[in-house]
Write a protein that binds this ligand. Structure first.
Ligand SMILES: CC(C)(COP(=O)(O)OP(=O)(O)OC[C@H]1O[C@@H](n2cnc3c(N)ncnc32)[C@H](O)[C@@H]1OP(=O)(O)O)[C@@H](O)C(=O)NCCC(=O)NCCS
Length: 149
């Protein structure tokens, strides 16, 4: 447990950040062929129930998180810390910012999905106090396409 959280300047994404954020997500292995990250950013920015938060270390984009809610639960996607800036507490700080963003909107619970092939990140979420409730996820593409992994 860190005694003191590091300082990151956290603010919603600007148009000028989009290309750098997409590059960070690619470098962090968070993109998938069936997800267009720029379109995901645009959709998150379209309504007031979601945003992409950027954490800056000096002038560099150090970390991101896409946070939003569906009117009931909060969700987080695209939590990413620049590979050369990991283990400084930035991931913890970005999750704290996402939690606060939701709390201010009256959302009481945050949920997130971890891919089965990213099991190493489970220790990170456990360190932040997240539990693994037993649930089964069902998913369906609404444009009729076949399921993706
Ligand atoms: C997961 C990720 C965001 C963590 O960022 P980070 O800035 O290195 O994490 P922090 O330094 O804030 O670590 C917070 C705590 O989690 C622990 N932790 C971090 N990475 C961990 C790991 N892989 N396994 C176990 N514990 C881990 C740290 O020990 C720390 O605990 P402490 O504060 O009690 O010492 C970063 O590794 C990342 O961007 N990974 C690739 C993208 C990804 O997988 N995102 C999540 C998708 S679900």
């Amino acid at each position: 447990m860190t005694d003191k959280l590091p300082t990151l300047a956290i603010a919603p994404i600007d148009d000028a950040d989009v290309a750098d954020v997409v590059a960070l997500w690619q470098a962090c292995g968070l993109t998938r062929p069936w997800n267009d990250p720029a379109a995901d950013i645009a959709l998150a920015r379209k309504e007031s129930n979601a945003t992409v938060l950027i954490g800056r270390d000096e002038d560099a984009i150090a970390a991101t998180v896409l946070v939003g809610h569906d009117g009931h639960r909060g969700w987080v996607y695209y939590l990413a810390v620049d590979p050369v800036r990991r283990h400084r507490g930035y991931g913890r700080v970005m999750m704290a910012a996402a939690e606060e963003w939701l709390r201010r909107r009256g959302i009481e619970k945050l949920q997130l999905l971890v891919r089965a092939d990213n099991s190493q990140v489970r220790g990170f979420y456990q360190a932040l106090g997240y539990s693994e409730p037993e649930r089964v996820i069902f998913a369906k593409w609404l444009d009729g396409r076949a399921p993706t992994p």
